[in-house]
Write a protein that binds this ligand. Structure first.
Ligand code: MLT
Ligand code: MN
Ligand code: ZN
Length: 299
């Protein structure tokens, strides 16, 4: 399978339009530091089909920037769009509105995410004059059968009951925020994508151990980054994003994995958005790195 990284920034992107923090200012001075909202395009080989993991507000530019994702010569339109969602957050779903020129959009997601996107953010109603949204169940890891999308097996590992801010009063459910697991049934290779990781669990550890490549939540470097930078008085974990560093940070866990491991969903306050930050070397010593914009991983 092929993973094309379409973007690596948390909600707001880098630079964020209303922000002049050092990370955003640096990205304005050095366009190579710009990051679009995190998302992937995944190709299963064989059939030639792609699907998107999350549909970001940047989705149209993201598709346009990869020749393989543009409509073919001789094809006036890309007929079907496939999107698999890890959660119902706005930075991962607003792209569905931008894809409204499609004849049809097939979307796979968990039950609470489907509920949020058909009631609180009523995408089916809003989009019905423009396109057809076809919803499909994204089975949880351990279910009898994974979903099959573009020749790949797909399931969702429940990570937390973190609801989007527009739906905080919705009932709790373990699959509000999930890791997407992808398996190529031909080669047996596996990838895992988890842009919002609130806590480390044994089940996650197991999936990461089995994976060949993981792209994980790198929103914040430290627990106190949100308060230090004025983003929020909550801790990073309190905001649903386990930080990279620290006793309970993700780096300590990830250092044990043999999988290719990349951080994505970087917030503009994260010192790692500066490529000269010394922390990059510390991560490299652990075999970890920050995902680059438009990088391709072939598994
Ligand atoms: C998150 O990753 O925590 C959310 O996407 C934040 C947001 O609502 O923008
Ligand atoms: Mn986000
Ligand atoms: Zn900023």
């Amino acid at each position: 399978m092929l993973l094309r990284v379409l973007g690596t920034a948390a909600g707001g992107g880098l630079p964020q339009w209303n922000c002049a923090c050092p990370g955003c200012a640096g990205a304005r001075r050095h366009p190579s530091r710009r990051r679009l909202h995190d998302g992937l395009a995944v190709h299963g080989g064989g059939t030639g089909d792609w699907f998107l993991a999350n549909a970001t507000p940047d989705v149209a530019e993201q598709l346009e920037s990869h020749p393989a994702l543009r409509p073919n010569a001789g094809q006036s339109r890309t007929p079907v769009v496939r999107v698999v969602l890890t959660d119902a957050e706005l930075d991962h779903t607003l792209g569905l509105l931008r894809l409204r020129e499609a004849a049809r959009i097939d979307v796979w997601c968990t039950e609470p995410v489907h509920r949020a996107l058909t009631t609180r953010l009523p995408l089916t109603d809003i989009l019905s004059p423009y396109t057809t949204l076809a919803w499909h169940d994204l089975p949880l890891v351990g279910a009898d059968r994974p979903a099959e999308v573009a020749g790949l097996e797909m399931s969702a590992l429940p990570l937390s009951d973190k609801r989007p801010r527009y739906a905080t009063d919705e009932p709790s459910h373990p699959a509000w925020s999930t890791a997407l697991t992808v398996r190529d049934p031909g080669s047996g290779t596996r990838a895992l994508y988890a842009p919002a990781l609130a806590a480390w669990s044994d089940a996650l550890d197991e999936q990461i151990t089995a994976a060949d490549c993981v792209l994980l939540d790198g929103t914040f470097l430290d627990e106190d980054e949100p308060s230090r930078s004025g983003v929020s008085q909550r801790t990073a974990s309190g905001m649903g994003h386990l930080p990279i560093r620290g006793a309970e940070g993700t780096a300590r866990h990830l250092a044990r994995t043999e999988a290719l491991a990349y951080y994505t969903h970087l917030n503009n306050t994260n010192p790692l958005v500066d490529p000269s930050a010394p922390e990059h070397e510390r991560l490299a010593d652990l075999g970890l790195r920050v995902a680059e914009e438009r990088m391709v991983v072939s598994l």
